[in-house]
Design a protein around this ligand. Structure first.
Ligand code: NAP
Length: 298
């Protein structure tokens, strides 16, 4: 809701393609309104050849910055004036801040992932054995966070083994002992999960309109495990349902989405993000998006 009778004096964009029924505008706008800031948060559907034009828009004085999602997170790096060290290591930018026409890139996915585990999850990574399924874009942020937070060990399972190998090299270079498992190697995956404290799903298996089912056989799940599925649409994936049945503690990806958004809000505004309100709006918006067409962002 805008301040009555006033026109917005600033804007923040979200670029991606396709954006579908993105829920970011709903919870970001709630944060601007909470602080009575005259800012609108808009979804700017931006195909790959529209990235340069979008950057021109963000440099305008009325634009605080933008969020960046697939397919621009990696391509945008060389086009920015600066990229912080953490985003450079991850190799992806999801938040851009406009500082007087100079564009600075950040990555708040790692912050979102860690804060979700710590706060609603009440799970500490330090000293824990982790299995990560998936080795795509978000998995890099997960691996570097696990290394920084001193996880004890990491096993990476992915359909494309070469991608998992590259991620394992990154983990080891950051000081985290890492091994690779072919996702179709059931006995290897079962043994790794059997010994693990934390299982993270960073594949799109189980996501609405993507591959159905679970990336992991239900038989591998157990009650000493914490399962963090980064998917939030649907809020309860097959993996989470089966994990609950096995007695594991579980967390879906909605907290990570809201916490990465909260960190971005704080970068644009230097105000504290009202995360409880943002979460409530995210839940409502997701329910609406699912009712309308069953799509979301991420
Ligand atoms: P991405 O770069 O496209 O990676 C997709 C991953 O899923 C790859 O590891 C891919 O394996 C795997 N995969 C896809 N289809 C598969 C199938 N049929 N069987 C087995 N593996 C399959 O995507 P991303 O950006 O990393 O996102 C991954 C997931 O994280 C998505 O579900 C997304 O919604 C979620 N996410 C959540 C948040 C959040 O804030 N909660 C933020 C970002 C992403 P290959 O390498 O073999 O292709």
């Amino acid at each position: 809701m805008r301040i009555s009778g006033s026109r917005p004096r600033s804007v923040v964009g979200l670029i991606g393609f396709p954006l579908g029924h993105t829920i970011s505008p709903a919870f970001q706008q709630a944060a601007f309104d909470y602080h009575s800031l005259p800012t609108v948060y808009e979804a700017w559907q931006t195909p790959p050849d529209g990235l340069t034009a979008a950057l021109g828009r963000v440099r305008q004085p009325d634009c605080l910055g933008m969020n960046v999602t697939i397919p621009h997170k990696e391509a945008i790096l060389p086009l920015l004036d600066s990229v912080d060290e953490w985003a450079r290591q991850i190799g992806a930018v999801n938040t851009v801040v406009n500082d007087g026409g100079r564009l600075h890139g950040h990555n708040t996915d790692a912050t979102g992932f860690l804060r979700a585990l710590r706060e609603p999850g009440a799970f500490e990574v330090s000293g824990k054995r982790v299995v990560l399924v998936g080795a795509g874009g978000v998995a890099r942020a997960v691996v570097l966070t696990l290394a920084r937070e001193c996880a004890a060990s990491l096993a990476i399972a992915n359909r494309s083994v070469a991608r998992a190998e590259a991620l394992a090299v990154l983990a080891r270079s950051a000081g985290l002992p890492a091994e690779v498992i072919d996702i179709s190697d059931e006995s290897g995956l079962g043994a790794a999960i059997g010994a693990a404290d934390l299982l993270v799903n960073a594949t799109s298996v189980g996501m609405w309109h993507a591959a159905p089912g679970s990336p992991v056989a239900a038989a591998h799940l157990h009650d000493r495990l914490f399962v963090h599925d980064l998917i939030y649409n649907p809020v309860e994936t097959v993996l989470l349902r089966e994990a609950e049945r096995a007695g594991a503690r579980t967390l879906n990806g909605l907290s990570m989405l809201v916490f990465q958004g909260a960190a971005a809000f704080e970068l644009w505004t230097s105000r504290r993000a009202p995360v409880g309100l943002m979460m409530a709006r995210a839940v409502d918006a997701l329910a609406r998006a699912q009712a309308e067409s069953g799509e979301g962002d991420g």
